[in-house]
Write a protein that binds this ligand. Structure first.
Ligand code: GRF
Length: 234
């Protein structure tokens, strides 16, 4: 199975880029293709990244989003199988969530259910982590339902918090792991290897084992990837 993917993003789109790069790397083995990128912000860098790749880029009018009509039409037009949220700051309308149950994923820059929910995005997440005194944060990829950051968790990866961290240094460390984890999970969901049904805690398949892998020095990306792929079973 391969999926036609819509990526929704409000910001710079570095996670979109990581997904596109990983799919390029996988080539014919990839589980899907990004066929449209949409944003609620016309100036979102993610739209430029899409345009540079000749991927259709769309701006969603914020005021219409409570009904999902506009988004629904875009998804129909591009025959979308899977919606990938990559720094998308709007709640997905409930009619779209219902139609795409188990086919919408999101990445969150902390270990949910901690440091999530309405208003917890971007630097606010890392600020809250630092203010709490937590020594570990991380990355969560989850299926999306109609409540912010609450859907079934697919994958998590830990990231250490150091005493000398500020929002910038911590955010960069977390984002680096997002770029490694999210594309691999998106590929697993797009290919049908991971589903809402098989990623529950009671089944082994698709459940990601969180191991204390603080392998975060620049030269150790490949080791981190090795561990992530081992845990994802891909
Ligand atoms: C990421 O930290 C992601 O976890 C959060 O928003 C940020 C998006 O960054 N949901 P980018 O636009 O992918 O660079």
């Amino acid at each position: 199975m391969t999926s036609r993917i819509a990526v929704l993003a409000s910001g710079g789109g570095s996670n979109l880029q990581a997904i596109l790069d990983h799919f390029d790397y996988l080539g014919e083995r990839r589980g899907g293709s990004v066929v449209v990128v949409a944003s609620n912000r016309a100036q979102a860098g993610a739209l430029d990244r899409a345009t540079r790749r000749d991927i259709p880029a769309a701006v969603l009018q914020s005021e219409k989003q409570s009904t999902g009509t506009e988004l629904g039409a875009l998804l129909d037009q591009h025959e979308i199988d899977l919606i990938v949220l990559a720094g998308y700051l709007k709640l997905i309308p409930s009619d779209v969530v219902a139609r795409y149950a188990g086919r919408i994923v999101n990445v969150h820059p902390a270990l949910l259910p901690a440091f999530g929910g309405p208003g917890m995005y971007g630097e606010r997440v890392h600020r809250a982590v630092l203010d709490s005194g937590a020594k570990v944060t991380g990355v969560t990829v989850h299926f999306v339902d109609d409540v912010y950051d609450r859907g079934r968790i697919i994958a998590q990866w830990p990231v250490p918090v150091f005493s000398h961290d500020d929002v910038g240094s911590l955010g960069a460390r977390v984002l680096r792991v997002e770029h490694l984890v999210y594309p691999r999970v998106v590929d697993a969901v797009a290919a049908g290897r991971t589903t809402l049904a098989n990623c529950g805690a009671s089944t082994e398949q698709g459940f990601v084992d969180v191991r204390p892998s603080f392998t975060l020095l620049p030269h150790e990306d490949s080791r981190l990837v090795e561990n992530i792929e081992l845990a994802l079973g891909c």
